[in-house]
Ligand binder design. Structure first.
Ligand code: UDP
Ligand code: MG
Length: 321
């Protein structure tokens, strides 16, 4: 196989402070990999300007004029990191695309290894953080707790993998079949199921500028991940309803014993508490049952592809499949 065309996809939101350095480093990296024969014709850098309000787009235009391998895509307004990234992944050409943040927090030195894994046959190469030294205790604690919570809810994620990854053309085409608008890309790429591998790296500090993911956005993104990938919270209501119903049954027996056998009940006590608990249980249970159907509707409306073919034997897939 001739050396592949590799695209680097970089979502940018108000990144004027880092862009000159990012471009310099990425251009140098591409030149080095091209010299080594690792990547071929058509390899390029694709900046996706996510509706920045600063000079980001002007810089992208200037860099594109100065370097033929720098290209830009501009969104009509700010749509958030996940949407900007998806736009780049669905728009940029190339045999494989690698998504990187603009702030150089992800170690670029593992990109050649990602490409080598791709050439060796992997469709997805996940960048995984080895250490989180540069993160605050709070960030590390909440982030790792989150991966564990998702695992407990049976959501398949790669531990400590965010959005630094390589996707082959075939994986990108499959990704395009997911029509959902509430994006949680790191969950979606796990659903693709193609052969993948991991490269580890150390995460650095942001090169310049401030994080574009304040706590508020981070929490909403975490919640997005749960609600886009799990119906466990709905199922929890059913379980809760069952438990309360059972408990109220026990309580009813006790209340009846007090009233009919021990004859020690205030007038109206049993007839008040028994229906109260019982109705509470029935209501939760009913909500849970409705929740089960809502969960089905939710899954159906996503219209996710039901399968991806990895390979066939004895014939080739035509365009008319
Ligand atoms: N980003 C974006 N749109 C947004 C917010 C962020 O395209 O609305 C980009 C940002 O420019 C950066 C990447 O997403 O390239 C990750 O953001 P950031 O580094 O601020 O997040 P953190 O590393 O702090 O989690
Ligand atoms: Mg960052």
């Amino acid at each position: 196989m001739t050396a592949p065309a590799i695209g680097l996809v970089i979502p940018c939101y108000n990144e004027e402070e880092v862009l000159p350095e990012t471009t310099a480093r990425l251009v140098a990296l591409l030149a080095r990999m091209r010299a080594e024969g690792l990547i071929g014709e058509g390899s390029a850098i694709y900046y996706v300007d996510d509706g920045s309000r600063d000079r980001t787009w002007a810089l992208i235009q200037a860099h594109a004029a100065a370097h033929p391998e720098v290209r830009g895509i501009r969104l009509s307004r700010n749509r958030g990191h996940q949407n900007a990234l998806l736009c780049g992944l669905l728009t940029a050409p190339g045999d494989a695309l690698i998504s990187v943040d603009a702030d150089l927090q992800d170690d670029l030195e593992v990109i050649p290894q990602m490409v080598r894994n791709f050439v060796a046959g992997d469709d997805v190469v996940y960048g995984v953080r080895k250490r989180r030294d540069t993160d605050t205790f709070f960030k590390r604690f909440t982030a790792e707790g989150y991966y564990r919570l998702m695992a407990a809810m049976k959501v398949d994620l790669v531990f400590n993998h965010a959005d630094y990854r390589l996707l082959s053309r075939r994986a990108l085409e499959s990704l395009a079949d997911y029509r959902e608008v509430n994006l949680f890309l790191r969950g979606l790429v796990r659903l693709l199921g193609y052969p993948g591998s991991i490269v580890e790296y150390d995460r650095a500090e942001r090169f310049a500028g401030e994080s574009k993911y304040p706590l508020r956005k981070m929490l909403s993104f975490a919640w997005q991940g749960i609600t886009s990938f799990s119906t466990a919270p709905l199922r929890l209501i059913t379980t809760l309803g069952l438990l309360v119903s059972l408990a109220s049954l026990g309580l009813a027996l006790w209340a009846l014993t007090v009233k009919l056998i021990i004859h020690d009940a205030e007038l109206g006590w049993a007839s008040t508490v028994v229906p109260m608990y019982f109705l509470g249980g029935v209501q939760l249970l009913s909500l849970g049952v409705i929740g089960e159907y809502v969960a089905k509707i939710y899954l159906e409306t996503k219209g996710r592809p039901r399968f991806h073919v990895d390979r066939v034997e004895g014939f080739t897939l035509g365009d008319d499949r």
